[in-house]
Write a protein that binds this ligand. Structure first.
Ligand code: ASP
Length: 340
């Protein structure tokens, strides 16, 4: 009888504890993060084993830099900034050093960042000499009354904020210069759809405090018109974060992503339509964008730590990690993550 009473008491105390923790917190990983390095014609047969390992190692390096911040209780904003800065400095990706040339033979960078707690956001467009455009986007968000600065105005602002300014030649790598020269001389641009040539970097994260953040940075589309802005710096198109729902960073044919407000559309489907992250992201990327022949993909994490990384191209450079789980790195469709 006494044992029975003790058992009842234990059950009662346990039920009180369980009620104090909402279901999502019991299931939610302490943190979650995903990054991308662009989507497009990324196929195993087009890549040497050395290139394959280089891409995987580079993605893992950026992911780990972000994860290190999240593990120690740092913010999702810092994790996203750290991962993107590393990818911008890596000449393998079309952002910062290694970005694509425009039709006039120079490089213009776009970047944006957003935090989910108050939907604060910052962006820079068509900047030519800021070493890390994502840092400039963050400065716009944190130290200016504005959301979006472009060209000289953004460059002057970044310099005044003490960000590193470099000679534009610093961004130029021979691989991209050759691509530019080939396109220029052979008029390839007329033969291939613009959508076949993209690449961008981005990151999304959920931190221990439950705050979401997203960021995206790019050199845009190869051989783009001077002054062209893509979706990457456009809040709601290439980047979105809202603590009530999810954080999204996109990559792909920017004109479509702007016209269809891709990142915000995914969030709206969840908030107003009651869809899960996977339902919303898959529908937008694998159905809506496919109907438009708009190549690309997105990475997203929701407030419960679910990660989704759909793409409708041959491949997408991507990586993700959640607390107490092994990191995932993928390049091709055949690299599959259980969560995808
Ligand atoms: N979305 C970028 C743009 O249109 C390019 C890309 O992601 O590949 O500028």
């Amino acid at each position: 009888m006494k044992i029975f009473r003790v058992l009842i008491a234990i059950l009662f105390i346990w039920s009180l504890n369980a009620c104090e923790r909402p279901a999502e917190q019991i299931l939610r990983p302490e943190y979650a993060m995903a990054i991308h390095g662009g989507a497009g014609v990324i196929k195993a047969e087009l890549m040497s084993p050395e290139q394959d390992s280089l891409y995987r190692a580079s993605l893992l390096e950026a992911l780990k830099a972000g994860e290190k911040i999240l593990i120690t209780g740092g913010s999702s904003l810092d994790a996203v900034t750290a991962a993107i800065t590393i990818l911008e400095d890596n000449p393998l990706f079309n952002a910062g050093r290694g970005a694509v040339f425009n039709a006039n033979g120079f490089i213009e960078h776009d970047a944006s960042i957003m935090e989910g707690s108050d939907k604060n956001a910052g962006a820079v467009g068509a900047v030519r000499n800021i070493k890390n455009p994502i840092l400039a986007a963050r400065k716009v968000m944190e130290t200016s009354p504005h959301v979006f600065l472009v060209r000289e105005g953004a460059e002057q602002f970044a310099a005044l904020q003490g960000l590193q300014i470099v000679d534009p030649s610093w961004f130029m790598v021979s691989r991209q210069r050759e691509k530019y020269e080939n396109t220029k001389s052979s008029q390839l641009e007329k033969e291939f759809p613009l959508g076949e040539k993209h690449g961008t970097v981005g990151a999304v994260a959920l931190d221990k405090a439950g705050n979401l953040a997203a960021g995206t940075s790019t050199g845009g589309m190869h051989f783009k018109h001077q002054g062209r802005l893509g979706d990457s710096p456009v809040i709601g198109a290439g980047t979105w974060a809202d603590n009530a729902c999810c954080a999204v960073s996109a990559t792909g044919h920017g004109e479509y992503f702007i016209r269809y407000g891709v990142a915000q559309d995914i969030a709206s489907r969840m908030i107003y339509g009651g869809q899960s992250l996977k339902e919303a992201a898959d529908e937008v990327v694998l159905q809506e964008l496919v109907k438009l022949d708009a190549g690309g993909g997105i990475i997203a994490v929701d407030k419960d730590g679910n990660i989704c990384m759909p793409f409708n191209t041959a491949g997408m450079f991507r990586a993700s990690v959640r607390a107490r789980e092994e990191p995932f790195v993928g390049l091709f469709a055949s690299d599959s993550l259980q969560l995808e």
